[in-house]
Design a protein around this ligand. Structure first.
Ligand code: GDP
Length: 327
């Protein structure tokens, strides 16, 4: 078992910005060992009053859209031009993507990871979306307590991880490619509806023209969505990570969004709603875990699930029967 510290040691290390302790605290938050969970809760309790002060940005897009190249360029821009401290976290449940974690490849984001103002944390391997989502939430708080004032949460633009990320960030940035056939294909409408900004990537060289026409097209499409509770109208921009162009307008959109929603109260309201969402989410998860770990359920599971598989018992009746075992 890896070395463990006391809650005070973890908390003091995180709050002083010690990266080794921050990484250890995140590892602890990712652990599923029951003894680690109690320790992790004690650490979180101590750091929580110091968390919450960052801007949390979700970044999504299909594989190949240029996410890691963009994050490196945009991240360096924020560090160099705005003096930000940036943490990059990833949600990449291996159940959805074979071949390891999204940030596992060491060649990704080389200059960013070498920058002392940046902290890059790969997605934990071998976990379900629920597990990754929970530990990413806690990692955000730990990074905030360690003094990072911008947090990127990266996810691949497939499956359900966008919804989970959307529930843990303030601003949701969707990266899209121009000229990949029908402009609105390949990405679900639901994901576009979540976006606070869409950035058309690779707007350089021969791609530039296609990117600007895609920009107009997406901006038109987004106008069809009704204005949400934030009162923010999503922006569409073009950028090139290669040429480092179009990065300032994206940051402008983020800061305008934050100013608007802090003024109209939506920023805080949404964070409160997100906290409630994760409370409910944790309760569901813990109920389920406790249910399956209950000794009586374990004994009966094979028989009852077999009866359901064979059509001898309805799933509803079987669930009720198993629940009765708990009382
Ligand atoms: P990810 O899978 O979304 O993380 O995408 P990557 O960042 O790995 O990029 C996918 C491919 O697009 C790579 O071959 C990059 O070199 C290329 N690419 C990324 N950004 C740009 C850009 O700004 N302009 C151009 N022309 N190509 C880019």
């Amino acid at each position: 078992m890896p070395k463990r510290f006391t809650p005070d040691e973890y908390a003091a290390g995180v709050l002083s910005g010690n990266r080794v302790l921050l990484s250890r605290a995140i590892t602890l938050a990712e652990s599923t060992l029951p003894s680690d969970q109690a320790l992790a809760h004690a650490v979180m309790e101590q750091v929580l009053p110091h968390a919450g002060k960052s801007i949390r940005i979700g970044i999504t897009g299909v594989p190949g859209v240029g996410k890691s190249t963009f994050i490196e360029a945009f991240g360096n821009y924020l560090l160099e031009q705005h003096g930000k401290k940036l943490a990059v976290l990833a949600i990449d449940p291996t159940s959805q993507r074979t071949g390891g974690s999204i940030l596992g490849d060491k060649t990704r984001m080389e200059t960013l990871s070498a920058n002392p103002g940046a902290y890059i944390r790969p997605s934990p391997a071998g976990k379900t979306l629920g597990g990754v989502a929970r530990s990413t939430r806690e990692s955000i708080l730990l990074c905030e307590a360690a003094g990072f004032d911008v947090i990127f949460v990266e996810t691949v633009g497939v499956g359900q991880s966008e919804t989970a990320v959307h529930e843990m960030v303030d601003f949701f940035l969707l990266l899209m490619l121009a000229g990949a056939g029908d402009e609105l294909q390949g990405i679900k409408k639901g994901i576009m509806e979540m976006a606070d900004a869409i950035a058309i990537t690779k707007a350089d060289g021969a791609n530039l023209h296609a990117a600007t026409s895609a920009q107009a097209e997406y901006q038109g499409a987004l106008h069809l969505f009704p204005l949400g509770a934030s009162k923010w109208s999503p922006k569409v921009t073009v950028c090139s990570a290669y040429e480092k162009t179009g990065l300032a307008p994206i940051w402008d959109a983020v800061t305008e969004y934050v100013t608007l929603t802090q003024q109209n109260g939506y920023f805080l309201q949404r964070r409160q709603e997100q906290n409630l969402h994760w409370l409910r989410h944790s309760i569901r998860q813990q109920l389920e875990e406790r249910f399956y770990q209950h000794p009586a359920v374990k004994v009966q599971w094979e028989t009852v699930s077999g009866q359901v598989t064979q059509g001898q018992k309805s799933p509803f009746a079987a669930a009720a029967e198993l629940f009765d075992l708990l009382s």
